[in-house]
Ligand binder design. Structure first.
Ligand code: ADP
Ligand code: MG
Length: 484
């Protein structure tokens, strides 16, 4: 039997005519101002057998088109060339006008469209998209905010109350409330969520405000690119004309001297003109290694708010909220069950909810504690060898025949203070807590006390063999989960 012949590779159409008809089709499908705003500078790069490549003026436009206009673009391309089926690729035109003024217009248009949805359907992309991973040349740190990261979706508890209140105040009154705001806390405790909620609120209340949210890495990359492409001036102008600058995960600035220098000047320019700056980090300003002293001191000018691990009640509230947002009412006993077992961060709580709902859907069973236990078994096993404050305390008190009250108490005799220091040292080494958190656990001690303890133990481990054996033994008992 003969196989059917492979269809002939499609002849490429004449580029100019093809672009014309795509633009015609787009115009007929869009309102005039939508077309004028989003397809200004839209150009054809090349039609290849498998794909057609268009260029757009910036990363921001590309992201916006991909998210909101892709199906319109896709159908315009299909209409212009009905029997072809090429993928659509959007790239950024490095020579396009990306001046701050143009960018501000686009952002305002985007904010307006988000408030008043366009008439055309915003369905999922139909065709195949090929996205270029890098965002070269894009001055606007065109990071899309996550639409779910709002204040409405944020559960407030004692662990995050201060950071939440500060972000709410900034949302209402950027530049006037706390400036700068420095939020720190371990991974998965809601820093990004709060920062983005602040951006959403400002954008909603003041659509013309220029809000720039970017990760520290975006800032660094954008800075480096601007140097490479000889556009440093433009980079500076752009970042110094922002109304609200939000930089997530600033700890990545550690060790990057030139970027720190640039950030320092950006910071000053914005701060001096009462523009709002919000920064997050997984550590306190003091604990970011190799960050310039003058930056550290600036971070402390405003408010430094830390986010802690949520307490049991907050964990329960978060679990219920996360389940409800997925259409499930979680019973109290199930929420208690999970909250007792998953206590490190909120991302894990979210993961547990997703897993449990998944198992319930697949097996068509009701969500009860038995099902939760089954679903979490894998999670628990993975966490088994993770050490927590309690484990270390148990081991130390057992080993040195002391009570937890001795360890957290005031005594400074060698018999108590050495075990306490060992506990602090192991806590820092085996867990992911800040000096402050460790200090708080060991009887509300200052972070410098913890630092001193860690250094002292480190030194002795290096110099004293027997002591090193003792520490190694304690560590391996903790890690294997066999305290005895
Ligand atoms: P971080 O940036 O501190 O690592 P994220 O902001 O990414 O943490 O939070 C991790 C996940 O937990 C996100 O999905 C976020 O929506 C959720 N989350 C964090 N804190 C809360 C909260 N208080 N209420 C509801 N969801 C939260
Ligand atoms: Mg984050």
């Amino acid at each position: 039997m003969r196989l059917p012949e492979a269809p002939e590779a499609k002849q490429s159409p004449d580029p100019a005519t093809f672009l014309d008809s795509v633009l015609q089709e787009l115009r007929s499908r869009l309102r005039e101002e939508q077309f004028a705003t989003w397809f200004r500078g839209f150009d054809l790069v090349e039609v290849r057998p498998e794909e057609v490549e268009f260029s757009v003026p910036s990363g921001f436009v590309r992201d916006w088109l991909t998210r909101h206009y892709f199906s319109v673009l896709d159908s315009a391309v299909r209409a212009a060339e009905p029997d072809a089926n090429r993928a659509i690729k959007l790239t950024i035109d490095r020579n396009a006008d990306q001046s701050p003024a143009v960018d501000a217009q686009l952002r305002a248009a985007a904010a307006a469209e988000q408030g008043a949805p366009s008439e055309k359907p915003r369905s999922k992309p139909l065709g195949r998209t090929v996205m270029e991973p890098q965002r070269e040349g894009s001055m606007a740190g065109s990071v899309e905010l996550n639409g779910d990261y709002t204040f409405e979706n944020f559960v407030v508890g004692p662990c995050n109350r201060l950071a939440h209140a500060a972000c709410m105040a900034i949302g209402d009154n950027p530049g006037r409330a706390y400036n700068p705001l420095f939020v720190h806390g371990n991974v998965g405790l809601g820093k990004t969520h709060l920062l983005q909620a602040t951006c959403h609120t400002i954008q909603r209340k003041q659509p013309s405000a220029r809000v720039l949210y970017m990760s520290c890495e975006d800032f660094t990359n954008s800075f480096i690119q601007s140097i490479q492409s000889g556009r440093l001036e433009e980079f500076r102008e752009y970042h110094r004309s922002i109304d609200v600058l939000v930089i997530d995960d600033i700890q990545f600035l550690a060790g990057k001297e030139k970027t720190q220098e640039e950030f320092f000047h950006t910071f000053n320019a914005l701060y001096n003109t009462q523009r709002q700056i919000v920064i997050s980090s997984d550590r306190t300003p003091l604990e970011i290694p190799t960050i310039e002293e003058r930056l550290v001191s600036r971070f402390k000018w405003g408010l430094v708010a830390d986010m802690e691990v949520p307490c049991f009640e907050t964990r329960v509230a978060i679990l219920k909220r996360k389940a409800r947002s997925r259409g499930v009412e979680m019973e109290d006993d199930v929420a208690y069950f999970i909250a007792e077992r998953v206590d490190t961060n909120i991302r894990e709580l979210e993961g547990a909810v997703i897993k449990i709902i998944g198992v319930s859907t697949i097996t068509d069973r009701k969500i009860d504690t038995a099902l939760a236990e089954e679903a979490l078994r894998g999670v628990a096993a993975a966490r088994k060898n993770q050490v927590n404050f309690g484990d270390i305390m148990d081991l130390i008190t057992m080993e040195f025949s002391l009570s937890a009250r001795d360890i957290t108490g005031k005594s400074r005799t060698q018999a108590v203070s050495l075990p306490r220091q060992i506990g602090m040292y192991l806590s820092r080494e085996l867990m992911d807590h800040s000096l402050e958190e460790v200090g708080r656990f060991y009887g509300n001690r200052d972070h410098t006390t913890v630092l001193y303890a860690v250094q002292k133990i480190k030194k002795r481990v290096k110099e004293d063999r027997l002591f090193r054996d003792l520490i190694n033994n304690l560590r391996s008992r903790l890690q294997s989960g066999s305290l005895r």
